[in-house]
Design a protein around this ligand. Structure first.
Ligand code: DAT
Ligand code: MG
Length: 138
């Protein structure tokens, strides 16, 4: 059984897509095992995206991720990491396959609605970044 970390980003929350995104994950048979709404500070967003520190878009990305509330969730299921990435679509909505979350709802590469861990290694950093063991249900 695998777990991934997903985020409804500030643009997704503003567009009232929280239920839409959770619904797409649940329809796959995955279980939400942790969930909360938070408004990250710039510093907290910088910590989450620390792997992208050297990228030219790091400043804009972390300003965007702290511009409003987000919904963070841990999702559990067989193959959930890759499946959530598939449901999200490519990082740039212009390249995202039809019917994916980003193709359906994202304005551009910087404001692309959703995050999902890209590997088991990433998930093992990202889930505990937001949730303690006590906040994740078995
Ligand atoms: P993903 O979110 O698909 O895992 P990523 O980890 O490469 O993509 O990048 C994290 C976020 O950073 C991405 O969702 C949006 C932003 N980003 C990525 N590439 C970008 C670019 N070329 N210009 C602006 N923002 C970018
Ligand atoms: Mg990524």
């Amino acid at each position: 059984m695998q777990r991934t970390l997903s985020i409804v980003k500030p643009d997704g929350v503003k567009k009232n897509l929280i239920g839409e995104l959770i619904g797409r994950f649940e329809k796959q048979g995955f279980r939400i095992v942790a969930l909360k709404m938070i408004h990250m500070s710039k510093r907290e967003a910088e910590g989450f995206y620390i792997v992208h520190k050297a990228r030219p878009f790091y400043g804009e990305l972390t300003t965007f991720m702290s511009e409003g509330p987000v919904v963070v969730m841990a999702i559990e299921g067989n193959g959930v990491i890759d499946k959530v990435r598939e449901l999200m679509g490519a990082t740039n909505p212009k390249d995202a396959a039809p019917g994916t979350i980003r193709a359906d709802f994202a304005d551009n590469v910087e404001r692309n609605i959703v995050h999902g861990s890209d590997s088991a290694e990433s998930a093992s950093f990202e889930i505990p970044y937001f949730f303690s063991a006590l906040e994740i249900v078995g």
